[in-house]
Design a protein around this ligand. Sequence first.
Ligand SMILES: *Cc1c(COP(=O)(O)O)cnc(C)c1O
Length: 450
Amino acid sequence: MNDRPIIARESRHSSPVLDRDQPWHRLIAGRPNLAWHAMDGLCFDDIPLAAIATAHGTPTWVYCGTILRDRLNLLQSTFSKVGLSPAIRYAIKANDHLAILTLLRQSGAGADVTSAGEFARAAAAGIAPSAMVFSGVGKRTDEISHAIEAGIGQINVESVEELAAISAIARARNRTAPVALRINPDVAAGGHDKISTGRATDKFGILLRDAGPLYRHAATLPGIEPVGFSTHIGSQIFSPALFEAAYSRVLTLIDALNAEGHPVTRFDLGGGFGIPYDDGTGFPLPAYTAMVRRILADRPLDLIIEPGRWLAGPAGLLLARVTLTKHTEAANFTILDAGMNDLLRPALYEATHGIVPVSAIDATQPAQSTEIVGPVCESSDRFGTYDLPALTPGVLVAILDAGAYGAAMSSTYNGRPLAAQVLIDRGQPHLIRMRQTIEQLWRDEIVPNP
Ligand SMILES: *Cc1c(COP(=O)(O)O)cnc(C)c1O
């Protein structure tokens, strides 16, 4: 597909007769880079998904470069409207493909990394260590050491124990590590229990009451340059008020420390901005930036944000094919060739993704209820119950908003090779990851005394 140019077509917007109230139509209507074309079916940024399935098979992740750039630009411009220009440190765990990282770097993003592997990936994509933040509760000595040697922009410290370890490592290397203390503000937030990170009982961060004394202590430690605070209360959050609750607590602490002569220059606001997985409304970005402006008042803090899902989620989908349908007295099942090994979110977080037919003809059929499942031998390998047109074996569907925590979390469970990945950019689809071959599944395994 790379070397086969797709001829630009006159109009993708001549849709077949569609019942506009059908759920799949509402999902498409709310996503400007998706449209049905009467002949080519569902197009992503004007490229027919059916052509991608023909060229590369299924399941295949498909990303759209335009969406990634547009969202990064929107984030920057919405902040600049309130006079702020936070450093954007994309949380690469959401989607760490080198092509995605390169594209975001070219548009001005740095990286939030959580391991030596992510650090190396971000570096391989050309992101400077100084534009990286190192997060995570369990950073190993070798990882900290490497990050400090390379000149990491900021280490977000998650405990008193870790602060001591960083000090010892930096001192042994005659270096100074810029650290921010990650505050656990004890705010319950996040779209699901498993993605809430800022409650006192969560493993993340330093409790607010311990943070002031620890910051003062940090200033006395060799090898440590305390620069400020960070907080990240969870993921898939829509309410600016929840962020405000967390941020104001941190700001109160910052004021107290500044008043005592302990300079605080940086405030890392974390990530967690939600995206609609249905036809609901998105994260209220202008209300959020206005809130940040208001509570920040005229404090001259350097801001950082660490969005992951919000940037990458809407930029990707998972293209899958119906393997077969199964009808029992209890339910109608539609079994896809994509499963929890590809997209883990439904099984892990009880998440649901919009699912739409790819063929324009299918999209005109009346709805019927079906349980969409994957092929993996686990009952949790199900996407959910959907009202969809009758899906027959062989037809294609697109699982929407799968650009974040999709491919990054996939596995080869049940002997299922990692899916191919395609990036549509500047009018062309590019294969950016070959489908793993079956032989590659055991390529690195060693059988003693064969
Ligand atoms: C996961 C994570 C993020 C990104 O979260 P999103 O919900 O994807 O925006 C940002 N910061 C930290 C510390 C994280 O762990």
